[in-house]
Design a protein around this ligand. Sequence first.
Ligand SMILES: [Zn+2]
Length: 507
Amino acid sequence: MYKHLLILAVLCVFGYNIKAQNCPSVETTATEIRNHLDYLASDQLLGRNTPSPGLDTAAEYIIARFKELGIKPAGNSYRHTIGLQRQHLGSGNSMTLTISGKTTDIPLKSGFIPFLFSADTTVESAIVFAGYGITDTAWGYDDYRGLDVKGRIVVVLSDGPKGKGIIPAERLNSEESKVQNAILHGAAGFVMVNGPARRLILKPRGYPWPSLSKIMPDDLMPVNIADPEKKHIPAVHAGEQVIEAIWGSVEGLKSIQAKLDDGASPVSVPITESSMSINTSVKTEYLSADNVAAILEGSDPVLKDELLVIGAHYDHVGAGRDKGDGSDFIFNGADDNASGTSGVLAIAGLFAQQKVAPKRSVMFILFAGEERGLLGSQAYVRNPVVPIEKTVAMINLDMISRNGDSLFLEGSAACPELTEIVRSKNEKTGLNLILDKNELTGGSDHASFSARGVPFLFFISGLHKDYHKVSDNPDKSDALKAARTAHLGFLTAWQIANEDQHYTLNK
Ligand SMILES: [Zn+2]
């Protein structure tokens, strides 16, 4: 007995032999994961929305675990603050249009609606019609060719040209990039109307502001990474009233759109004897949330400058309204992603228990804001602790506690050498590895790294009926499954962190 234990201890100390998984047992890791998961997915944390006090409490818990393990902060602090912002529609939004001496007040909501990305300011100027508002140099298409829009308000059509010189749908600009294109050309204001040739509904869309539509509760307004560099101008979506005031009728604009689609002649023109005044009141609320990151410095004098990132998002989507009738209103996010968070903590624990540090440095990072669009991982890759070129691989754990033995390695075809490591380590772990699926590839934090050229592994046990529902509760999570995944993740990570190979990322 004693001798046997000694052998295991020796294996545990000296390297990444497959036997390292016996130290400690998966059952021990499962107990640890159960504790983390039950706490992180408890009602007390109210679904860990970004940002929220519950998320902050979860961050405290994670930091306490890193301290217990003796793993140091990555950078000056375990907390890496992400500057966030959220927009609200202010009061006093207005729009006035004068054509050949005739002035029309366009009402908010039925006549025009500011876009989410509009500036908070007033503009008054003559107007210029700029076609679809698209500049696609590579395609040889430019609605702004020969047009001077400096200081002017541009009016553009939704969508893109059809017919001659058609631009494929995937090259079409988003509404926001049409605004950015207008800004690049010096425009001071932006008005979009639906192109009546292909759109039956001409009502203003803009954004479903809670105060205008009641569709969206105020606290569910999207949160974005604050970008002080980004330029804004008043930007609105306008309806039929504006079309009629400028072109006399919807039919008038339809015939212009037909010419535009024909590609026969440029139809972008200044609108004569026109002026427009737009005041958009869009208030920015500044917020913040934290990624939590710890680093284990490598032991090899050269390889320690290289980094393996092991991450998971610790946020979820928060809570709905308490109806007071005892019905569940908390999105606990046990599988999504208290499980992956617990898995990363377990892997950190397995690393910390090795007597020798790995050759490469290893960072354990828990991201905020994944559910709001990979905000935490995007903020990290913009401002990494170790230069991104030195990051040899990223392992992402997102939803690892469901669906029996099945473990998907999503997008694995992109990273063949890394996949091969997992496949060989799994010979002992015995999970049902499902390789080369690509259905869920873009949907989690590894995507922020792969976009910067970092090879990745994405462990996910697959979707289920409780996905993004209040029923994603801790009792439905299989802690043993998560522990087996964590052990497989550890064995894989231990090898990556101890070799000097660089891995391929096929795009
Ligand atoms: Zn999710």
